[in-house]
Design a protein around this ligand. Structure first.
Ligand SMILES: [Zn+2]
Length: 568
């Protein structure tokens, strides 16, 4: 095999890029993985044998398949029906793996595989997985923060591998992803995950060093555990199995560590020794948040699990309701806000980020309102709103909430959109709409908007057009004029003309202050239009304030208006 490697490299050099570029790395997707994984934490080693099923996703027959694993792993054998296959290996620079490179096997298949046809391959590879932040440090990320971000490794103290996008511990087939080129990594990942929709992975994990009477570590995964101790996803680690069914959505991830566990009815927290108090505090806080989240989003589909990370500054990682986060010094970081988010993921499932992540962030605002009142929730949303700016007009559709790959939009903006919908149609109607959502019925982007529309008499099409289907930017409200007049019944009638200078419409609360009180009305103003309305007040109106902060707005400095003395 060594000579084959050399000759391939030589060929690449001789013919320049043409040979390498003619490889279609994304020709095959992998529809099924059945892997036996030996994890040896003491030696940092991973040894994998298994069977994978490749499907030709191109319209032409294919004779060559590309399989990639992390560059710290080496291919040992690739067979088809007990026949050893010829393959050459080469390093392939790509930031889809934490090492910034992949070990690529270019495999000559025994026969051409027809479009949509499949072939089973037996594979073997092994190597070590050490903490490695090369892909981040080489683009200038300081070493400390690079290591806190790419914390994946196999180690005695802690083993954690997060799958494609972090560590290619199972074979993938992707074009180059580069962190220095805009959205490249995101796009390559998204393409791979889309091709893996419907794929399955069953993994048997074994620790070759342990015998049954000295099993001390705990193994957790973001799939379904089918062996081990009593609960799904949890296994005392000598051997454990995990089946990952939703590869399009969550990269197969596992952790192994010597954990204590705080097990509560609605959640479990796995902690390193010395962090039991923090684990209990978070587990109990989560229990307290359960009723609010269940009321809004229904009963959880799964029991949320939280597991400790050894590096106190490690970046948290979530995969649905599976949360990996450092519990050290967690008092300030891990609160009911985190719990609300995690619990919402346990209840609501959607492959659309504006629904799944948007609702989880909306839940955080609901939690704050529940704890500290509406203003606290508005302040929280306000702090997340700075990222929302006017869209590039060409990107209007691309940046729509339903299609966006921009985290700021599907997190912060979606949170605001859910909050506005709630203010417009009321809690009960929105809860019903969310309860009626089933991801398996969600065949097109209008599905959720239609469920919401079904719960109200109001026409919401304009709102979905401006905020969900397109990114029309933000509204900008301004009181153009206001005249007060006294009435024969000794009250006052205020006539207000409200202008929306922005391109997105919204329903906005307008508060009129008068001596001894205030009155609030909700007014709908479409983008680039005006509306005139009247408000009756018991005393002479003094001031108008538009928008309490519940509607994201481009310019909030022009939102108050002093009302002149009433005309008779
Ligand atoms: Zn989330």
């Amino acid at each position: 095999m060594k000579s084959a490697v050399k000759s391939l490299c030589l060929l690449c050099v001789l013919c320049g890029a043409s040979f390498c570029y003619s490889l279609d790395r994304e020709a095959f997707s992998i529809t099924e993985y059945v892997l036996n994984v030996q994890v040896d934490p003491e030696q940092h080693r991973l040894g994998v044998r298994g069977k994978i099923t490749l499907r030709n996703d191109t319209p032409t027959p294919q004779k060559i398949a590309v399989l990639q694993i992390s560059s710290s792993l080496d291919w040992r054998a690739i067979r088809a029906a007990d026949k050893m296959l010829q393959f050459v290996t080469q390093p392939y620079t790509s930031d889809i793996d934490h090492t910034g490179s992949l070990s690529e096997a270019i495999v000559t298949l025994p026969q051409e595989i027809a479009p949509h046809a499949t072939i089973d391959l037996d594979i073997a590879y092994e190597g070590v997985v050490l903490l490695d932040a090369t892909r981040l440090t080489r683009i200038g990320t300081p070493e400390d923060s690079a290591k806190s971000s790419d914390w994946d490794q196999i180690d005695e103290k802690f083993t954690g591998l997060r799958g494609v996008g972090y560590v290619a511990w199972y074979p993938i087939a992707t074009e180059v992803a580069s962190l220095s080129e805009g959205n490249s990594l995101f796009e390559v990942l998204a393409r791979w995950k889309t091709r893996e929709a419907g794929s399955q992975m069953k993994v048997s994990f074994q620790n070759p060093n342990l015998t049954s009477d000295e099993i001390t570590s705990t193994m957790l995964c973001n799939g379904k555990g089918i062996q081990g101790v009593s609960r799904e996803g949890t296994a005392r680690f000598q051997w454990a199995q995990c089946s990952y069914v939703d590869l399009a959505h969550s990269a197969p991830t596992f952790v192994i560590a010597i954990y204590g566990v705080v097990d509560r009815p609605s959640n479990a927290v796995f902690n390193f020794s010395g962090h039991a108090v923090a684990a209990e505090a978070y587990a109990d806080e989560t229990e307290r948040v359960v009723p609010l989240i269940a009321d809004w989003f229904g009963n959880p589909r799964e029991k949320p699990q939280t597991a400790d990370l050894p590096d106190a500054s490690a970046a948290s990682f979530e995969s649905r309701a599976f949360l990996l986060t450092p519990l050290a010094d967690s008092a300030a970081k891990l609160t009911g806000l985190t719990a609300a988010h995690q619990l919402t993921h346990a209840s609501v499932l959607s492959f659309r980020p504006w629904i799944e992540e948007g609702l989880a962030h909306f839940a955080q605002a609901l939690y704050l309102e529940n704890q500290k009142g509406r203003q606290a929730a508005l302040d929280y949303m306000g702090a997340h709103r700075s990222a929302l700016t006017a869209p590039n007009s060409e990107d209007e559709a691309k940046q729509s909430l339903v299609d966006t790959t921009n985290e700021q939009l599907y997190r912060s903006k979606a949170m605001c959109v859910w909050w506005m919908l709630r203010d417009m149609i009321g809690d009960a109607a929105l809860k019903k709409a969310i309860a009626s959502y089933k991801p398996e019925q969600d065949a097109d982007p209008t599905h959720m908007p239609r469920l919401i529309a079904a719960q109200t008499q109001r026409d919401l099409q304009w709102f979905f057009d401006d905020w969900v289907y397109r990114d029309r930017g933000l509204p900008d409200f301004k009181v153009e004029s206001a005249f007060a007049a006294s009435t024969p019944t000794k009250s006052f009638l205020l006539t207000i003309t409200l202008d929306n200078l922005g391109t997105a419409g919204a329903e906005v609360p307008v508060t009129i202050k008068f001596a001894g009180g205030e009155v609030t009305k909700r007014i709908e103003v479409r983008g680039k239009s005006k509306t005139t309305f009247r408000v009756e007040t018991p005393a002479s109106p003094k001031e108008i304030r538009v928008n309490d902060g519940s509607v994201p707005e481009r310019d909030m400095t022009n939102n108050t208006f002093k009302v002149g003395p009433p005309q008779n």
